[in-house]
Design a protein around this ligand. Structure first.
Ligand code: UT7
Length: 325
């Protein structure tokens, strides 16, 4: 008996050219490089150029992932793209990416779970692979959060950045044990009672404007640590492994203090945590695939390593995945 698994066969990422150091914010806001570093761990972030869209970032990340996997866009059955900053309200950014890649078949759609978007997209793609609906799925997280910032709000605008990351999943047969490569378990959670902790103050149906991001940072911080620990432990158990078996944690890169506190509560050493928040800021749905691809490029994550990914964001929506790379 074999078990179908969604195995990652390639990954890629893209960061826009413009790098904005913390010190740049000192010119226009009552803030400092020191405050931003010590409170969030962020040192710099990338911002998309005028006219550079979420789909443009997604395309570059997807092209790198296809090259890394050694396959062509025509070999894909589906695209699942997580974003809270789509090019337009509709059509989906995923279908724009599908066209830009020259894909003539298959299907593409967006997922909206803000900073947890990549985990939701990965879990959805996994379900489609396991049900036989698709054999090869491109899973993308792409964001241009610089477009929804209130540049006068120092408590939010210094935290976010733009970027994209992509992973290609392929249906392969495993033995059904935790030694298999591929996604071993996912856990998704949300609670709309917390809508007002992190949201944009506009929307198509409400104001007919895009709106800007609003966040009660301290409240989100508290929920983040406790909920990430629970979803992390849940998914580790569902995967049939132990926390000590995890080679790398690839957390959502929002705040180094959240990452460190969650790791401590779970009993994971900081040497096992992939850290990119210092260079990327919070790129929402892009942050996990970006961190993953950077860590593969650095030679940290290797084939066969056991990874825990976990994220939380607006909704609140959160979740985790365990995957053997
Ligand atoms: O990706 C989705 C999930 N999002 C997150 O995970 C974000 C979660 N929250 C956080 O990361 C943190 O709460 C922040 C980084 C947003 C803020 O850190 P904090 O330690 O919770 O600071 P705080 O909000 O309690 O603010 C402390 C002080 C305040 O001043 P007073 O009231 O103590 O006088 C703020 O007004 O820092 C002030 N402050 C700033 N000072 C300098 C807020 N923003 C800034 C700033 N520069 N940029």
């Amino acid at each position: 008996m074999t078990t179908l698994r969604s195995v990652a066969i390639g990954c890629g990422h893209y960061l826009p050219e413009r790098v904005v150091e913390n010190a740049e914010f000192e010119k226009s806001l009552d803030t400092s490089d020191e405050w931003i570093r010590t409170r969030s761990g962020i040192e710099r972030r990338h911002f998309a150029a005028p006219g550079e869209l979420t789909s443009d970032l997604a395309l570059k990340a997807a092209e790198m992932a296809l090259e890394n996997a050694g396959i062509a866009a025509a070999d894909l059955d589906a695209i699942v793209l997580a974003t809270a900053t789509p090019d337009q309200t509709f059509p989906s950014t995923a279908t724009k990416l599908q066209h830009a890649l020259g894909m003539k078949g298959g299907f593409a759609f967006d997922i909206q779970a803000v900073c947890a978007g990549f985990i939701y997209a990965l879990s959805t793609a996994n379900a489609m692979v396991l049900s036989g609906q698709a054999k090869r799925v491109l899973v993308v997280g792409a964001e241009t959060f610089s477009r929804i910032m209130d540049w006068s709000d120092r408590s939010t605008c210094v935290l976010f950045g733009d970027g994209a990351g992509a992973v290609i999943l392929e249906a392969q047969h495993g033995a059904g044990s935790s030694a298999d490569r591929g996604i071993l378990a996912t856990d998704l959670q949300s609670d709309g009672a917390y809508n007002d902790l992190l949201y944009v103050d506009g929307g198509v149906s409400s104001t007919q404007t895009t709106g800007v991001l609003r966040m009660q940072g301290q409240e989100v911080f508290k929920h983040a640590v406790s909920k990430l620990v629970v979803t992390g432990e849940t998914v580790i158990q569902a995967a049939g492994v132990n926390v000590d078996d995890i080679d790398w944690v690839v957390p959502h890169q929002a705040n180094l203090r959240i990452i460190a506190r969650t790791a401590k509560k779970m009993g994971v050493s900081m040497d096992k945590i992939v850290q990119t928040v210092q260079d990327h800021g919070n790129t929402s749905a892009a942050s996990i695939p970006l961190a993953l691809s950077v860590a593969v490029g650095r030679g940290q994550i290797r084939r066969g390593d056991l990874l825990l990914m976990e994220a939380i964001g607006g909704g609140l929506a959160w979740g985790a995945a365990v995957i053997r790379w």
